[in-house]
Design a protein around this ligand. Structure first.
Ligand SMILES: Nc1ncnc2c1ncn2[C@@H]1O[C@H](COP(=O)(O)OP(=O)(O)OP(=O)(O)O)[C@@H](O)[C@H]1O
Ligand SMILES: [Mg+2]
Length: 492
């Protein structure tokens, strides 16, 4: 057969096939074909023991993005990045981190309480009916869950709940976290990007572990709190001298738990009503911080004493020393207003919240504010010990050990120095400063601190009329306060 004949023969075969297809389309209408499909589906499900659930990306009349779909997407992101071969990447956290999810038509397996199940991703493509110069294919993505029918109850109840909860938690973790500050009764926010972590926090390892354990236990204790009928909140009081890492620890807490921070400036809050409004507006998974609670408001036990002395009106308000140059406004937030909120109304806002107070003078605070049950945990941040020093040496100089460490250990036992000061010495002054120079400068500083302490102790032992530094300041300020009534600098 010549080539020409062959081509002609092939052409007639194709033509006859096209004719048969056209006849089939004409004489077997759509209804009939769907009828066949329906029964074939039934036949398949009879021999196929699996149940499938489809979660579409868009639901409802207004085609809102389904929350379940996005929770599943997040939930599957970790499983799929290790199992699926084709992944989709997306950027979250203001272009900072990459999140992977499985591409269309991929399948991954998961296990729940020993039961295996499968997730597949897919998409329907519905051709748009309308004519357009820019034809858009209407892609409808979905996830399909497949499991054996004998696990129906486990899958529909506990497993799906688990997926949704985990998925939402991952979403929260991936979100851009915020630092809120209040300007009067309004919160404004900036992106929260503090690099502090518990790993870089200088502190004895056991104490650090205990705090981290406490925090993570709290963050997972939703069921426990609801069972015992308590609001899911926890109060921390951080106290210690300036520069011992109180603020740093708050940032580390937020980074550990993935919480937002609300830095509440009490002095800018007009009254209890405004305070309540601000606190109610805080979101779940957040840390509400009131720094230097002893100076923020007259919440210390000192108030009574001051009043007894009958100080002039403007001296009673410690805010005035903070806002020297500003127009004095009176903040009427009271201790009881704050306490009421911490105790009671708090329960009205669902979701976990931590409240953290910091102070340099724990002994000055009103006992009501810090009694057990109100502030659940009191954490003292103190002068730098050797363990804390080792963390700093590693942070700043990448030093695990050095022959000067022994000398530093001895000196730290004898001289008091805050982690902030130690860090200052360990910070390389220039790019070429070597670690040894930094350690030597620290040793020198510690030696002079030790010497100072020794001289002071000697003087005190001799009975000289030189009380301790703090007391000295108080006496001085008391004298000043008596002399210069109305001078705000004298209030201390
Ligand atoms: N425990 C610590 N671990 C790591 N760095 C610390 C620690 N303490 C202080 N620092 C360093 O010293 C600086 C000051 O610390 P921070 O602001 O946390 O002190 P603070 O206790 O909040 O002081 P203040 O009472 O004055 O608010 C921080 O920037 C940090 O780098
Ligand atoms: Mg601080």
């Amino acid at each position: 057969m010549s080539l020409r004949n062959m081509i002609a023969h092939l052409g007639s075969v194709v033509a006859s096939l096209m004719f048969i297809w056209a006849v089939f389309q004409q004489y077997f209408p759509y209804q009939f074909r769907s009828y066949i499909e329906k029964y074939s589906q039934r036949l398949v499900s009879f021999v196929y023991p699996y149940i499938q659930i489809t979660f579409n990306e868009f639901t409802g009349e207004r085609l809102m993005r389904s929350e379940a779909y996005s929770a599943i997407e997040n939930y599957l992101s970790s499983t799929s990045s290790s199992q699926a071969k084709r992944l989709k990447a997306d950027i979250v956290k203001n272009n900072q981190s990459l999140v992977l999810s499985m591409d269309d038509h991929e399948e991954v397996a998961d296990e729940f309480r020993g039961v295996k199940l499968w997730w597949a991703s897919g998409k329907h493509i519905a051709k748009t009916q309308s004519f357009s110069f820019y034809p858009v294919t209407d892609e409808k993505r979905f996830y399909k869950l497949t499991f054996h029918k004998r696990h129906r109850d486990l899958m529909i109840g506990p497993y799906l709940n688990h997926v949704l909860k985990e998925g939402r938690a991952i979403k929260v973790r991936n979100r851009q976290r915020k630092l809120y500050t209040n300007n009067g009764s309004m919160w404004s926010h900036v992106v929260f990007e503090h690099p502090a972590t518990f790993q870089t926090l200088a502190m004895e390892p056991e104490k650090k572990e205990e705090i981290m354990e406490d925090l993570t236990t709290f963050s997972k204790a939703e069921e426990f709190y609801s069972r015992i009928g308590r609001a899911w909140k926890r109060g921390y009081l951080l106290y210690g001298p300036p520069g011992t890492g109180k603020s740093t620890m708050i940032a580390a807490m937020a980074n550990l738990l993935g919480y937002d921070i609300y830095d509440l400036e009490l002095t800018a809050v007009k009254d209890n009503t405004e305070l309540r409004k601000l606190l109610i507006e805080t979101s779940s998974k957040s840390i509400i911080v009131i720094e230097d609670i002893d100076c923020s408001l007259d919440l210390t036990g000192q108030r009574g004493k001051k009043n007894e002395k009958e100080e002039p009106e403007d001296m009673k308000d410690p805010r005035q020393k903070l806002t020297k140059d500003q127009e004095p406004k009176s903040s009427q937030v009271t201790l009881s207003g704050l306490l009421n909120f911490i105790d009671g109304l708090w329960s009205a806002c669902g979701g976990e919240r931590l409240i953290v107070f910091t102070t340099n003078f724990v002994e000055k605070l009103d006992p009501a504010l810090i009694r057990k049950g109100r502030m659940d945990k009191h954490i003292e941040l103190s002068y730098c010990g050797f363990e804390a020093f080792k963390v700093l040496a590693n942070n700043y100089q990448k030093l695990e050990s050095h022959n000067l460490f022994r000398r530093i250990q001895e000196l730290l036992e004898e001289a008091r120095m805050t982690p902030a000061e130690v860090a200052e010495h360990l910070m390389p002054k220039t790019v070429s400063t070597d670690p040894e120079t930094c350690l030597e400068s620290l040793i020198q500083a510690l030696e002079s601190a030790k010497e100072e302490a020794r001289l002071k102790a000697e003087k005190e032992a001799k009975g000289e009329e030189l009380p301790s530094q703090d007391q000295g300041k108080t006496t001085e300020s008391q004298v000043l306060a008596e002399k210069t009534v109305g001078d705000e600098n004298s209030v201390h």
